[in-house]
Structure formats: C-alpha cells, structure tokens
Design a protein around this ligand. Sequence first.
Ligand SMILES: Cc1cc2nc3c(=O)[nH]c(=O)nc-3n(C[C@H](O)[C@H](O)[C@H](O)COP(=O)(O)OP(=O)(O)OC[C@H]3O[C@@H](n4cnc5c(N)ncnc54)[C@H](O)[C@@H]3O)c2cc1C
Length: 366
Amino acid sequence: MSEAVIVGGGIGGLATAVALSRRGWDVEVLERAPRIEAVGAGLSLWPNALRALDAIGVGAEVRSRASEEGSAGIRDERGRILSRTDIAAIRDRYGLPIMLHRADLLEILRAAVPESAVRTGISVTGVDEEGVVTHSEGESKGDLIVGADGIHSVVRRAVCGDITPVYAGYTAWRMVVTPSEPIGDLGETWGRGERFGFAALPDGRVYCFATANLPAGTESGGLAELRRRFGDWHAPIPALLAAADPASVLKHDIYELPPLPTYVRGTVALLGDAAHAMTPNLGQGACQALEDAVILARVADERGDLTHYDRERRPRSQMITARSRRIGTVAQLSSRPVVALRNASLRLVPPSAQVRALATVLDWTC
Ligand SMILES: Cc1cc2nc3c(=O)[nH]c(=O)nc-3n(C[C@H](O)[C@H](O)[C@H](O)COP(=O)(O)OP(=O)(O)OC[C@H]3O[C@@H](n4cnc5c(N)ncnc54)[C@H](O)[C@@H]3O)c2cc1C
C-alpha cells in the first residue's frame, strides 16, 4: 500500500485524503487546529466541483445538504438590474451551482476518511528534500507529500521557495443570517468600491457577503460598519443587516497568490490555496481545490510522476485565478463616472453571452 502525508485538513486536504483512501492509499492528515472545524459561512459549489465530489463518492451527500443557487444577477444599490442571469440556460447547459454551509462540507469529507487518519493539533514546520515532514510531534514520511496548508503554506517553501501573497485591495465580510421573512430574488449588488451579496442556505438561513476597498489591515466596526455602508441599499439588504448577529460577522482581507512556476517537486505536490489562492469573485477557490484533489490522486496512483499533475492543473487554476482577479477589478471600481460606464456596459451584455463565458470554467470533467 502507498502512503501519503497531507498537510492541512481544510477542504483541499480532506478531499485529497478521501480520493487517495478510496484508491487504497494509507493517508495521514496533519492539521494544526485542535479540531476540524469551519471558519467561514456559506460556500457556493459550481457543477465542476460537484463532478469532483461525485468522483470521490460524496457528491450525493453534499447535494442532500445544499440548496440549488439561482442568482437573479447583478443589481445597483437601488436594486435596478445591471445584468440578469439566465438561470434556466445555466441549468440546461451546466447544471446549477449549489450553496451549503462550509461546516457541512468539511463534516462530510471528514467522515469519509478513516477516523485514525486525521491528526489534529499538529503544526507542520517544514518538508525536506527527501520528503520528510517535520512537525510539532516529530516527523512523518510518505510516498507522496501534499501541501494543502492554505495561502500561507509552509510546504510551498519546499516546492518553490518564498512566495508572498498579494493584497487584492479589498476586504470581505461574511455572515449567516436568519431573516424574519422570506427574501426575494438572490444575487449580488455592485456599488462604488463596495458590494453586497446574499444566497439562500437549505435551512432557511441566508448567507451574506460584502466587500469594500480598504487598505490591508484596516480595523473594522463589524456589523455597525456594514450597516453604515449598506443600510440604505435596496431591499432586503437593510432587513438582512437588521437581523444579523454582530458575533457572526467574519472579516478577511482578500489576498491571492501570484502564479507559481510549479506545483510539484519530487514527491511533494501543492494544491488548493497553497498552490493558487484566488480572490472569491468567481466562487471557485474551493471548487479548484476539489478538482486538484481528484487529479492529484489519479496521477499519484496511476502514473507516479507528479509533473503530469502540474501540467494538468497549473494552467487551468492560474487561468481561473486571473479571471477572478479581473472580475474583482471591475466589481470594485469606485470612481463615479467609471462606475456609470461600467453599469451601462453591463446592461448591454446579453445573458446568453454570460452563459457561454462560463464554459471554460464549468465544462471540466475528470
Ligand atoms: C470571502 C471568501 C469567500 C469564498 N467563497 C467561496 C465560494 O463560495 N466557493 C468556493 O469554491 N470558494 C470560495 N472561497 C475560497 C475557499 O474558501 C478556499 O479556496 C478554500 O477554502 C481553500 O481550501 P484549502 O483546503 O486549500 O485551504 P484552507 O481552507 O486554508 O485549509 C488549509 C488548512 O491547513 C491548515 N494548516 C495551515 N498551516 C498548517 C501547518 N503549518 N501545519 C498543519 N496544518 C496547517 C489550516 O489550519 C487549514 O485547516 C472563498 C474565500 C473567501 C476568502
């Protein structure tokens, strides 16, 4: 039996553990946190990610804990439609994305890995050229070492040296709200250097997110700041903010990785945010980590030479990272005349063009 050491028990690391253990590999997941638990709120998973989850045998269970996401499109602060999403065409062409709580996905992945395979409370400090992983409890060795340890990856140093994440120029807030009455159409609203979005979770709760252009590290007033920024935007945004619990608001500055020259070195491979942390504008970060997991398990199991994984995954995930960045640049524009021009242009894009543009991202099969 082959053995893999996986550094990081997030979505990418656990999915890789599931994929490899289903192929008969012995896996050891080393996770720094004392427990596998989700930091975050809602998560959208697109049909490409659902295909990856089907490939590792958990797609049906994930769908059973999710709702289909049917965004109406993009609006301006007053609620006027800038770009309408043709939900029926997306459903027919690709299938709809789903929305679930991040904690549910982690729980499903965790349960699909043997209990003894996941070691929590272990902090990895390095990986040497022979693929020996050094950590707070000693060392671990395997035929394959997977760096699934997120944007500030320690394993990445062994693959391509020090790479500094780049600040995207904006901060994101996330929260899950229980609204007092059902909300209408879902979607995203673009203002000037600010955005607010919301999507239904399967249990009646609503996942909300917001962004604002701010210098990195700016202290925020949490919910009070969100109410100040978005409290006079169109319905149901004020009602969602009124129903929100200040303790549930998460705030993260958005960083991404510059394109790495390689995702592999010898028996060490990077995946997920450790390889290609991207801005959340396409909702593809976790989706790409799931694709990575399926392909890495297949290449390691069937071919051995990890350069095949690099060749298959790097161009695609870097293309999606770049595309996500470009959407963020447009969405976060803040100058009044430029935003007026952007909004006018958005109104001219036919929904069918939008549906076609998704093909390169969603038409992925494993
Ligand atoms: C605001 C926002 C919204 C998003 N929305 C979506 C969305 O809707 N859809 C989507 O697909 N993606 C979304 N993403 C992106 C998605 O969250 C990430 O791409 C995904 O979680 C990456 O998973 P990962 O397993 O690669 O990394 P992580 O989730 O960062 O997991 C890394 C794990 O490694 C552990 N670790 C780190 N260092 C060490 C160490 N030295 N030793 C041991 N363990 C270590 C960490 O504790 C962590 O558990 C969003 C991101 C943001 C910021």
